[in-house]
Write a protein that binds this ligand. Structure first.
Ligand code: NIG
Length: 414
């Protein structure tokens, strides 16, 4: 089946030229074609070029879409979310506004553990219903691929329930979904007096089963003071690697204990957060292809310091942006909003923010060979915006400018 998108006002390809990501000043090159046509066939980009220059005949039943009013971008890739959870934590939001910190709230019995209680008592069916609605809303905002972590179960049965729900949603929903095992998100109350016993449970019980059933593409650990030490994180991630599950890390969020250094040592696919990254860790990451994933919505929502995105980009480290949608530290999955925050608060240019939300975000999921840019042979995930110029996407914040969403070559109707 063919779909020709004609007369696109401005086509932002973010073309990779065969590389897995863009870094340094290359992040500003968006590979723009003014007035473009794109031919999609069987869910893949088949031809891309200046309007009216396509040679050869179209199939008789080809669909044609006029996009002369629209700017087109690759679908956003949200490479770090905790989208599957029950309950909500608006009470904590109000407490934070009155001055309590994220950690103080967690110490008082709120935080991750309160969402664990709600998620444990929800059925898989209930979790899927809640998540499916969120996935629809995300797509309407231009996201076509999302990573979803477990981590609100924290016992074998509940973690498996979460991963099964994520995998089933990936079969049933239009969104491309990447499951990540985050059993090491917090120490569950049952193991408070012996955290190492929980680490052993993850390594000896959960990971072998998850690997056998291929329930997770990545394994992540919240390596942080009061959560998992560097040594425990290394143990879990090395065990995961032994099963062929690649590592990611929640690194340097509240304190500097060596988490992103561990990511460099293990050659993790990505290190995420990085609010407290230091010069030494930046130097370490430079020697690797590990993607630095920053989460602008978290600093905005928790009202604390932003990660030094400028320094990370200028050091030549590939940088991606993600929403980190979760009920505690970022109750938003709007990638355009994350881009606005990245530009206004982290001094990223609109061009860097776009590359960080598309091609580089795909690299943070090891998927940039198939998604993240508009290039011949890649999956046809393309979003049309009702704007005069691509810079309006981060510039005009707080309203949805998406006009049409094409996922794997299919024009979606919501
Ligand atoms: O990335 N830091 C750990 N996990 C999430 C917060 C999860 C929650 O508060 O429920 C984060 O910020």
């Amino acid at each position: 089946m063919q779909l020709l998108i004609k007369n696109i006002r401005q086509l932002v390809t973010v073309k990779s030229n065969g590389r897995p990501f863009r870094r340094g000043s290359d992040m500003r090159d968006l590979g723009i074609i003014e007035h473009a046509d794109v031919l999609i066939e069987d869910g893949l980009f088949r031809w891309i070029g200046a309007s009216g220059t396509l040679t050869g005949t179209l199939d008789e039943d080809a669909d044609i879409l006029d996009a002369s009013e629209y700017v087109a971008l690759p679908g956003f890739v949200d490479a770090h979310t905790h989208l599957l959870f029950a309950g909500s934590r608006e009470k904590e939001f109000a407490m934070r506004v009155e001055g309590k910190s994220y950690q103080e709230i967690a110490d008082a019995g709120g935080g991750i553990i309160s969402t664990v209680t709600a998620t444990r008592s929800a059925s898989k069916k209930e979790l899927k219903k809640i998540a499916s609605k969120r996935l629809d809303e995300m797509m309407k905002l231009g996201t076509t691929t999302v990573e979803i972590k477990s981590g609100y179960g924290l016992d074998a049965d509940s973690e498996i329930k979460m991963l099964e729900a994520i995998n089933e949603l990936s079969e049933e929903h239009f969104m491309t979904i990447v499951p990540t095992f985050l059993g090491a998100h917090a120490i569950p109350n049952e193991y408070k007096s012996n955290p190492q016993a929980y680490v052993e449970t993850i390594c000896e019980r959960m990971l072998p089963y998850i690997a056998k059933r291929k329930l997770a593409r990545f394994c992540d650990v919240f390596c942080e003071t009061g959560y998992f030490t560097v040594e425990q994180s290394r143990q879990i991630l090395q065990k995961a690697e032994s099963f062929g599950i690649q590592s990611k890390l929640h690194a340097d969020q509240f304190s500097q204990i060596g988490a992103s250094r561990l990511g460099a040592e293990l050659k993790s696919v990505s290190v995420d957060h990085l609010e407290q990254i230091d010069e030494g860790a930046i130097t370490g990451l430079k020697q690797t292809d590990c993607v630095a994933v920053v989460l602008p919505g978290v600093s905005f929502f928790l009202h604390y310091g932003y990660p030094p995105a400028r320094k990370i980009i200028d050091a030549g480290i590939p940088l991606a942006i993600a929403s980190n949608f979760n009920p505690g530290s970022c109750m938003s999955f709007s990638m355009p909003m994350m881009m606005t925050i990245a530009c206004t608060q982290m001094n990223m240019t609109p061009e860097e923010a776009i590359t960080a939300s598309t091609l580089n975000a795909a690299a943070a999921l090891k998927m940039s060979d198939t998604i993240g840019s508009i290039e011949i042979g890649k999956q046809a995930d393309i979003v049309l915006y009702d704007v005069p110029h691509y810079r309006h996407i981060p510039y005009f914040f707080g309203s949805n400018q998406v006009a049409k969403i094409i996922k794997k070559g299919t024009l979606l109707e919501f």
